[in-house]
Design a protein around this ligand. Structure first.
Ligand code: ADP
Ligand code: MG
Length: 501
């Protein structure tokens, strides 16, 4: 029996065809993955089902009946609930109030009665939350559970989860999967959006793969493999870039001593961080978003002054130095926000020469011919799909990142600081960036990798530092790191205590 049938769904945004005649079926009581790279059209399709977007063409059936879903209100009435990546909870209210909010037709509920009802619902669905707790005191994983409970409380029979694991540590992912499995046994149908192969193979019954707005195919979990799914998703074989062990390492090239810094609000964000990175190694910093990684990368880039501590590259003290001096000292930077790493209105050639313009001056003027030749060489070497005269803002994320890589790495820096280097990139560009970082390491650079993608940290790093609330919790060799243990440390649980997930 079909809970949902989507037929010929097409959605255009100007020239972009986000969904191109998509057919998608959800059976009752199944967990169905929607798998695809960034930009494949997954969120768009589900926003259409939830009434947030309207399809240009196509038909939706719920329980076999053609429906018109004009808004989330209609969707909820039809038994469809959606949990997005950006939670819509009110932090100052309790869990119970958030769950019943908007479901009481304007009457303010008795807190006691609400708590009672929400506690009952939580027990019935097997979702562990404290109805009396204030949402602002909850972890991200707990907030997600509240969102799921909120949808179930509204009698959702069909639950859409848009990349639910992106914000979770591994232990929380496990709890989520157990919850979904239990709910499925109770008859719930789930659409699980992800771009992670391992996850969909663990939790889903069937998998529909999207690429460039089209359905590549729908397969049974039992009849497929991660390799096949990767091929469907990317349209070719993938390789998986990982580090090779046993390379000799040299002297310490980057030394961070007792570094503290404040965030934008003036609150302590980095607390006495001490790290060393040697020539020929990648030190990965693992952590959940917002635990000081941004501030650390800004201090190392020279765009944030530390309140305490020192930064040394080789024997040179670069504490508080400006970005130009840091570059001149042989530090190549890949900034967290790639739009901050380029000037969008300037051409690709100009961006590639940026920070080193003095090298392109002849007779007191910029030598445009040399800037162009330099760009042509790097465009070829780094496989950038652009011409030297293109405005940089017109480039895709992957190509923009290659411009930044080319500029930072072509000068053979002693130290490379890479912040979230593959965030938002597709599989192809991600592999490219990772292979370039490994190349730098193998050439003898000291690479500091700040990444919220734990798989990336594990694949590339020789040693792994875990950051939590601005402090380095531990530094360990990658060969001794175990996902479980890292997850515990990333969520602030100390060794020996159990995770609060
Ligand atoms: N509101 C919007 N306006 C313009 N373009 C959009 C909008 N939403 C999505 N797109 C475009 O539609 C395509 C599919 O996006 P999306 O559905 O978010 O993909 P996914 O969720 O698979 O990453 C992308 O090219 C994206 O840029
Ligand atoms: Mg999406």
């Amino acid at each position: 029996m079909h809970a949902i049938q989507m037929r010929g769904i097409t959605k255009r945004f100007g020239p972009v065809v986000a969904n191109d005649h998509i057919n998608f079926d959800l059976e009752q009581g199944e967990i169905h993955a929607l798998l695809g790279e960034n930009g494949a059209g997954k969120t768009t399709l589900m926003r259409i089902l939830y009434g947030l977007y309207h399809a240009d063409e196509g038909e939706i059936r719920v329980d076999g009946e053609v429906v018109h879903i004009a808004s989330p209100k209609d969707a909820i009435r039809l038994g469809i609930g959606m949990v997005t990546q950006h939670f819509a909870l009110v932090p100052t209210l309790s869990v119970a109030e958030n769950v019943v909010l908007g479901y009481t037709d304007g009457f303010r509920v008795e807190p006691q009665a609400a708590q009672q009802r929400v506690a009952e619902a939580a027990a019935r669905f097997g979702i562990e939350v404290d109805p009396a707790a204030l949402v602002r005191h909850l972890s991200v994983g707990e907030r997600q559970r509240v969102e799921i409970l909120k949808a179930l409380y509204r009698n959702a029979r069909i639950l859409i989860l848009d990349e639910p694991t992106a914000v979770l540590v591994p232990q929380e992912v496990e709890v989520l999967f157990e919850t979904l499995e239990r709910l499925r046994q109770g008859g719930l149908s789930v659409i699980f959006i992800s771009h992670k192969l391992y996850e969909v193979m663990t939790v889903c019954d069937r998998i529909t793969v999207l690429r460039d707005g089209r359905v590549v195919g729908t397969v049974d979990k039992e009849a497929t493999s991660q390799a096949e799914l990767a091929r469907m998703m990317v349209g070719r074989e993938t390789f998986g870039v990982t580090r090779q062990d046993g390379r000799p390492q040299g002297p310490v090239l980057l030394r961070i001593e007792n570094l503290s810094a404040l965030d934008q609000k003036g609150l302590p964000a980095l607390k006495e961080v001490t790290l060393e990175v040697r020539a020929g190694e990648i030190l990965g910093v693992a952590g959940v978003s917002g635990n000081g990684q941004t501030e650390l990368s800004h201090v190392l880039a020279g765009t944030l002054k530390p309140t305490e501590g020192r930064v040394l590259v080789g024997n040179e003290d670069l504490t508080g130095a400006d970005p130009a001096r840091i570059s001149a000292a042989g530090v190549g930077r890949i900034p967290e926000d790639r739009h901050e790493g380029v000037i969008g209105e300037l051409s690709v050639a100009e961006n590639l020469a940026l920070e080193y313009l003095d090298e392109f001056v002849k007779g007191g003027r910029l030598d445009h011919r040399r800037i162009r030749q330099h760009a042509e060489r790097l465009i070829a070497e780094y496989q950038i799909k652009a011409s030297p005269t293109d405005r940089t803002r017109t480039l895709s994320g992957g190509n923009m990142q290659k411009v930044i890589l080319a500029r930072a790495l072509s000068r053979n820096p002693r130290v490379v600081i890479a912040s979230q280097p593959t965030r938002g990139l597709d599989v192809g560009a991600t592999e490219y960036v990772r292979s370039k970082l490994l190349e730098q390491r193998d050439r003898g650079a000291a690479v500091l990798l700040l990444s919220e993608d734990l798989d990336e940290v594990l694949a590339l790093s020789d040693r792994i530092a875990v950051i939590y609330e601005g402090r380095i919790v531990d530094v360990l060799p990658a060969s001794e790191a175990d996902v479980e243990q890292l997850g515990l440390m990333m969520s602030g649980a100390r060794e020996g205590t159990s995770a609060r997930v």
